[in-house]
Write a protein that binds this ligand. Structure first.
Ligand code: SF4
Ligand code: SF4
Length: 122
């Protein structure tokens, strides 16, 4: 059983409307925009912080959009000894690891309370 979190945002550039002015590249505070081999301006999704500076400075409205992406997943499994194991994984380059740990602990706490209310499960 698992629960995915779609919480992080990353910028995407529409190559059809981009006029290749380079302003987004110059202004990105995280240096997350690069120029590929075909001279397209492209967002590095692993380092993009979703701050939307690029979207604000782009002269062509709608060319840069922020899209929600998966940031992390929490899973529950049962070990071969019969007790539950709660684990969490942050996707590469995604923020919010502290929030994830808090949520994982909360999941484990609720799981423990459920088991305590059903003594035969222990
Ligand atoms: S959203 Fe922010 S970090 Fe991401 S590419 Fe745009 S300016 Fe850079
Ligand atoms: S600012 Fe907009 S138009 Fe200019 S390169 Fe970036 S995405 Fe293209």
């Amino acid at each position: 059983m698992g629960r995915e979190h779609i919480g992080a945002k990353v910028a995407r550039i529409n190559q059809d409307s981009c006029v290749k002015c380079g302003i987004c590249y110059e202004r990105c505070p995280y240096e997350s925009i690069y120029i590929d081999n075909e001279v397209n301006y492209v967002v590095n999704e692993l380092t993009c912080e979703g701050c939307n500076v690029c979207g604000l400075v782009c002269p062509v409205p709608g060319t840069i959009t922020l899209e929600l992406v998966r940031s992390e997943v929490i899973r529950e499994a049962t070990t071969k000894y019969g007790f539950p194991l709660i684990s969490a994984q942050v996707d590469v380059g995604r923020p919010e690891s502290g929030k994830l740990v808090t949520e994982e602990k909360e999941w484990a706490r609720k799981n423990n309370e459920r088991r305590r209310s059903r003594p035969h499960d222990r």
